[in-house]
Write a protein that binds this ligand. Structure first.
Ligand code: ATP
Length: 927
């Protein structure tokens, strides 16, 4: 097959795609790149990329929404309440009550449509949010390495993989270095698979094709390079995505509880309805009348809108969190956030700015000060205490050179501002080298890199191997955590460039001096390897040894101002903050003090107790429970220790939010009640494992999410406390009428009217209620406490009874004073709506009065109430509405009474809230 033919076949649909794919694991790398018409070193050129993008489309997998729109709409009818309504509508139709039957079916239809629209909107919003966390891929294009959004990849693109990446498309691997990939997303196999580039038999099963990397799988170790042969829906995961049943993204423990509650209530109410029907018929009432009463009871007493309202409130919460830069990946996290008791946060970039500037250098026994801020090279390096002396000793120069060469970052100028592309720690080292006049480009071409061991938190160092001329041995430059570097050094470079015995104590002393100022300190060293054999052309953890110590560079990374405020807010809210960092104990302690973590755990003003990773490994799991609880700062912590810490805190029944960014953080993120991944600096592996992703890596966003989580819970409770009395009141009114043997004060269609309109126009407006001022002054919510406390249940019964008395009372009074049955029923319906309307203002806060909140602080509620009043006027006076709902105009004097009932309900609930407030303030005073 010619090259063009084969590329053409790629675009000819899935069958040819599959054919080529089958062939790629058993063709050699050369054949594969030839088949895909690409230079394996330089990659595709811009022109070809554009052409292929047009040909193959974006590299996205069409999301499978489980069922089509029609099926989802039909599913809206698959609900017990709807069955009851359909049965009622049919029977009413058979009885030739066409209007009633029409209204009931109309309501069923409108209800289904509203449910469908709301559900789709919530699901779409959540999906869209999940997609805002985009994945970038590192590719080689036109000879240059660059990061591009993975959606823009095309077959033939050369992709570089490293640990933490998500494989962006299906790749034939060209070369690998200890590459391991977690393919559980595809094969279910949880142990990572080792990868290499050798050729396989054509009939090798998918899971055993170790020369392939498949889209959506995760690189857990090592590095690799591969060529893309399938993108988007042609990838393995794209092809099987239809088979993956979509997890119900709208379910949370709370929605499940609410659904369960509604179902139990449904059974109870159906039994009550059957009893009502039985009693009435036995008493000699007509079966038709009693059937209508039973239907009214069922329709009125079942809180049909509740599950949908809960989902929507949660979805609104998710959108609010997204606006505050916290993307929720799993909906249950919204609930858990409100109960969070401990936040375990990284330091670098989360509590600090991650804007690094080298401030001090210590090398060859001399101290240097570095001036200037940011990544611009404007600033000088001078001998400490002598600002005019800019002479660097040999060790200092080598130390700066090591920082420049053992470096994967770049500085770029954007609108007169220098920014770092890559790790800010490394960016700072490029700047310090530039301040000493070391020319980046010249040195990088003059001393080419042959190999690299990239930085991983697990090993805490990075090493590069360089070509120093054909005759000379290879030069290794290393940088990393001081303890790790010193353990690999056997000598040190002195000021004039000679190797001398390692002054261990002196180095540690200098390190402590810098670290206690809160500086992040890196150590630098160099070594040599004889070159020639293939082994010595590569770096391994074993051959990075026998090094010569060069010096230290200390950089500031100021705490984020907003993090300081957020830590304080958390403390007031009873949420404890702990710092878990890979950095040194002294640096960690200094920053902890600056952000205000001190005294946190011990409740005193003593500095925070710092526990090092080494100490942690020695503590037994049982003792760790206590240590984890009482210490505020954990330094030099490895990902495994993070996992132990989460478990220890959870053993104390704490609800733990834990941040992480690396591959190895994934288990701790999964174990935590809320795993928080960094959106900017985090690996794809960490993001996949997390419940929440921060788009700005900022601690303040976690605090904001906790605040929003509390707000969501508040609003949910408010909605439930508002909605249940209506159902209770309606049920009580019907039951009372049946048991007293009097005419029904409200008909099923009228109940449907009340429930439908008030739920949308009044109840839902509570989801927009701004958070209450004291929301971060309360302790976290105990997840074991029921949603409705005894007080709130009492309030629900109080309002239910008020509705019974008000509606039933005015109905009977109207009849007694000569009104028609239609008039009396219109009055009863208006009483229900009016009480709900006034009670809505009570429910804007569970404890405080509307006047304390500010009457206009939720304009949605005011707007909803205004529309509701207009609708009630139409309900009462518009002839068409009168025909549909059996309503009729009423005299204006009745409005006075209806209003009086509404105001009474408001005042009674207001009084009840006032008593509770007094009780709480008395108890807190006593305590
Ligand atoms: P945190 O866990 O709070 O983000 P951290 O960034 O210091 O803190 P790690 O990234 O695990 O945690 O780094 C641990 C140590 O490794 C650092 O204190 C530093 O000494 C060293 N280090 C960090 N980045 C690099 C790098 N790019 N190259 C070499 N060493 C590094």
């Amino acid at each position: 097959m010619s090259l063009n033919d084969s590329v053409r076949t790629l675009s000819e649909g899935c069958s040819m795609e599959t054919l080529i794919k089958k062939h790629l694991h058993h063709v050699s790398v050369d054949e594969a790149v030839q088949l895909l018409d690409v230079d394996s070193q330089k990659g595709l050129d811009e022109f070809e990329i554009e052409a292929r993008q047009k040909r193959f489309g974006p590299n996205t997998i069409p999301t499978q929404t489980g069922s089509g729109p029609l099926k989802r709409l039909l599913l809206q009818f698959h609900q017990p309440l709807v069955y009851i309504l359909i049965a009622a509508g049919t029977i009413t139709g058979l009885l030739q009550e066409w209007v009633d039957s029409g209204v009931i079916f109309g309501v069923v239809l409108v209800n289904a449509l509203i449910g469908y629209l709301q559900e789709s909107k919530a699901a779409k919003a959540l999906e869209a949010l999940a997609n805002t966390v985009t994945t970038d891929a590192t590719v080689v294009r036109a000879g240059k390495t660059r990061n591009v959004p993975s959606t823009e990849l095309v077959p033939g693109d050369i992709v570089l993989l490293q640990s933490g990446d998500k494989v962006p498309a299906d790749l034939r691997l060209i070369e690998t270095r200890d590459l391991q990939i977690d393919e559980s997303a595809l094969t279910g196999e949880s142990v990572p698979v080792e990868k290499h580039s050798q050729v396989y038999q054509p009939d090798t099963p998918l899971a055993e094709r170790q020369n392939m990397a498949y889209s959506s799988t995760l690189v857990t170790y090592g590095q690799g390079r591969g060529v893309i042969f399938a993108t988007g829906s042609h990838t393995e995961v794209g092809r099987i995505s239809e088979l993956i049943s979509e997890a119900d993204i709208l379910q949370t423990p709370l929605t499940r509880k609410v659904t369960w509650f509604s179902q139990v209530l449904l059974v109870v109410i159906l039994i009550l309805a059957a009893i009502t029907f039985g009693i009435g018929v036995l008493r000699g009432e007509s079966a038709y009348v009693m059937f209508m009463a039973a239907v009214a009871l069922a329709v009125g007493a079942i809180p049909e809108g509740l599950p949908a309202a809960v989902t929507i409130t949660l979805a609104i919460g998710v959108a609010r969190m997204a606006r505050r830069r916290a993307i929720i990946r799993r909906l249950p996290a919204v609930e858990t956030l409100g109960s969070t008791t401990i936040i375990c946060s990284d330091k670098t970039g989360t509590l600090t700015e991650n804007q690094m500037t080298v401030r001090a250098i210590w090398a060859g026994g001399e101290q240097y000060k570095v001036t200037g801020v940011g990544y611009a090279a404007s600033g000088t390096i001078h001998v400490s205490g002598n600002e005019s002396n800019h002479d660097l000793n040999v060790a200092a120069r080598e130390c700066l050179l090591a920082g420049l060469l053992c470096n994967d970052s770049r500085l770029v100028k954007k609108e007169a501002r220098w920014e770092v592309q890559g790790d800010p720690t490394e960016g700072a080292l490029l700047t310090s080298a530039a301040k000493a006049g070391l020319d980046n480009d010249e040195l990088i071409t003059g001393i080419p890199r042959i190999d690299v061991i990239p930085f991983e938190s697990e090993y805490q160092y990075m090493a590069t191997l360089h070509e120093m001329g054909t005759e000379s041995p290879g030069r290794i430059y290393v940088k990393g955590a001081m303890e790790v570097i010193l353990s690999k050094c056997t000598s040190a470079l002195n000021a004039s460039g000679e190797c001398v015995p390692l002054p261990l104590e002196k180095i540690k002393h200098e390190f402590d001096q810098l670290a206690t100022q809160g500086l992040r300190v890196l150590a630098f060293a160099r070594g040599e390897i004889e070159r020639g054999t293939p082994d010595t052309n590569r770096l391994s953890h074993a051959n990075v040894s026998n090094l010569t110590f060069l010096g230290l560079q200390g950089m500031i990374d100021p705490p984020r101002a907003e993090a300081i405020a957020a830590v304080k807010a958390c403390q007031t809210a009873g949420v404890r903050v702990k710092m878990i960092t890979g950095d040194h104990a002294l640096t960690a302690a200094a920053i902890a003090q600056q952000v205000g973590l001190d005294g946190m755990a011990t409740q005193s003003d003593t500095p925070p107790k710092v526990v090092s990773g080494k100490e942690l490994t020695k503590i037994s799991d049982r003792d760790l429970i206590n240590v984890a609880e009482t210490s505020a700062v954990f330094a030099r912590v490895t990902p495994e220790e993070k996992l132990r810490l989460v478990r220890a805190l959870q053993a104390q029944k704490q609800i733990v939010a834990m941040t992480g960014d690396g591959v190895n953080d994934a288990p701790a993120l999964k174990q935590a009640d809320i795993g928080v991944a960094m959106g900017v600096g985090g690996t794809e592996v960490a993001k996949e494992a997390a419940d929440m992703v921060l788009t700005d890596d900022n601690f303040a966003s976690i605090e904001a999410a906790v605040e929003e989580g509390r707000g969501v819970f508040d609003n949910l409770t408010k909605f439930i406390v508002w909605t249940l009395p209506t159902n209770l009141g309606e049920g009580l009114v019907i039951l009372a009428a049946v048991f007293l043997g009097v005419t029904l004060p409200i008909l099923p269609v009228q109940i449907l009217w009340i429930n439908m309109t008030t739920a949308v126009l009044l109840g839902l407006m509570l989801a927009f209620e701004p958070k209450e001022e004291d929301i971060m002054q309360r302790p976290p919510r105990d997840p074991d406490t029921p949603l409705l406390t005894r007080d709130l249940i009492g309030r629900i019964f109080l309002v239910g009874t008020l509705l019974l008395v008000g509606a039933f009372g005015l109905f009977e009074w109207a009849l007694l004073s000569g009104s028609s049955i239609e008039e009396a029923r219109t009055i009863a319906v208006n009483v229900f709506v009016m009480v709900e309307l006034f009670y809505l203002f009570n429910c804007r806060s569970l404890t405080r009065s509307m006047f304390q909140l500010g009457l206009l602080s939720n304009l949605w509620v005011v707007g909803g109430a205004a529309i509701m009043i207009v609708l009630q006027l139409l309900y009462t006076y518009a002839p068409s509405m009168n025909r549909l709902f059996h309503s009729t105009p009423i005299g204006w004097n009745w409005w006075g009474w209806i209003l009086a009932v509404g105001i009474t309900a408001y005042c009674v609930v207001g009084f009840e809230k006032w008593i509770r407030r007094r009780q709480t303030s008395l108890t807190s005073k006593e305590n």
